[in-house]
Design a protein around this ligand. Structure first.
Ligand code: FE2
Length: 363
């Protein structure tokens, strides 16, 4: 089984058209395909969005019984499918189920004029599934017959985001080790980074697992219950169980990307000015202007191989669950330790502000 990378992600949302408006207008995606009952997708509406190498399907159930509707009722809007591109979907499905994965949907082939796509689904974590996707022939079609491709409207610019860097996933206390073992033993991933983070009396454990190709990276987070409850516990409570906490999107120019998204209304987590006072002592000399990073709140970290620049959006959901990360890698291959703590502190401020402020008009 050869997992090449992330083919796409699928979000289950309350209203795919409104979510597409947000991801299009604010985050720079464009609508490039659509499916529904008229294309054989019974009981659902699915919109395919794209920005460079990031493909995202937004799906809403049209009936209360549709799995997308029951997912949203339980978890709120969220990433329900992380699709993996493989050479042989039927073979991968059999291999994964043979190693203990839960089979969800057996292999099915979608055939078009010049493309054939085979998909199958297995369980991942919580209610999130992995869709195995094998593509043959033209890469223009997404799911021949089921998703009708739309012409690119004139004037669509390349957005500032270029690919999926990683996903961060919260799991309930006591489940980190077994989740890591599942990805190692069933999917053949390696665990490449582990740490224990303590901030202000709260704590969490984190392990990064990665596919052999290096193209699929999952950051697994678990609350440490020997400390007082914190934001991972809050995510698990508000999301009702394990799920994707944030989606890390790559950019070649984080300063330009943040300025663009901010100008379109995306709200980013703030960073105290003091964070930048000793930043070069911590990560080494920077060739980015520190004043600009400070103005925008971009975080800087490093690993053994180089630097990375990161920033997190505020959650765009009423439950304060899923949010986005923008990341520009300048040589770093993994993650630094400093920013997990900085993110944790930033989320604390966001959650405290949310708890203190009345929800509703003007909040
Ligand atoms: Fe991240």
């Amino acid at each position: 089984m050869d997992i090449r990378g992330i083919d796409h992600i699928e979000m289950f949302v309350g209203d795919a058209r409104q979510a597409a408006f947000y991801f299009g207008t604010a985050v720079g995606f464009h609508l490039c395909g659509e499916g529904g009952p008229e294309t054989g997708l019974t009981g659902q509406r699915s919109l395919l969005l794209r920005q460079a190498d990031v493909r995202m399907v937004l799906t809403s159930g049209l009936t209360a019984e549709h799995p997308a509707a029951t997912y949203v009722q339980r978890h709120g809007d969220g990433i329900a499918v992380v699709a993996l591109e493989v050479d042989d979907a039927a073979g991968a499905y059999a291999e994964l189920v043979g190693r203990g994965a839960t089979g969800v949907t057996p292999p099915r082939t979608f055939t078009g004029a010049d493309a054939e796509v085979v998909v199958a689904e297995v369980g991942g974590f919580g209610d999130v599934r992995h869709r195995l996707v094998e593509r043959r022939g033209s890469r223009v079609e997404f799911l021949p017959g089921a998703v009708e491709m739309l012409p690119t409207p004139p004037g669509v610019d390349a957005g500032p985001l270029t690919g999926i860097d990683h996903l961060a996933i919260c799991v309930p206390p006591g489940q980190l080790d077994r989740t890591v073992r599942h990805y190692r033993e069933v999917f053949g991933f390696a665990d490449i980074f582990t740490e224990h983070v303590e901030v202000a009396g709260q704590a969490m454990n984190s392990t990064v697992v990665q596919s052999p190709s290096g193209q699929v990276t999952l950051v697994l987070l678990e609350p440490d219950t020997t400390h007082r409850p914190g934001q991972i516990d809050a995510f698990l409570a508000q999301h009702a169980g394990a799920g994707v906490q944030h989606l890390g999107l790559s950019t070649g120019d984080i300063v330009a990307a943040v300025e663009t998204l901010r100008s379109r209304g995306v709200r980013f987590a703030g960073t105290p000015g003091s964070y930048y006072d000793a930043v070069e002592d911590r990560v080494g000399r920077l060739d980015a202007p520190v004043d600009k990073l400070r103005e925008l709140g971009v975080l800087v970290d490093r690993d053994h191989a180089g630097q990375l620049l990161q920033i997190f959006t505020e959650s765009m959901h009423v439950r304060r669950t899923l949010f986005l990360e923008l990341i520009e890698r300048r040589g770093a291959l993994t993650f630094g330790s400093g920013n997990i703590k900085a993110l944790y502190e930033a989320k604390e401020r966001e959650l405290a502000a949310t708890a203190a402020a009345p929800q509703g008009v003007g909040a």
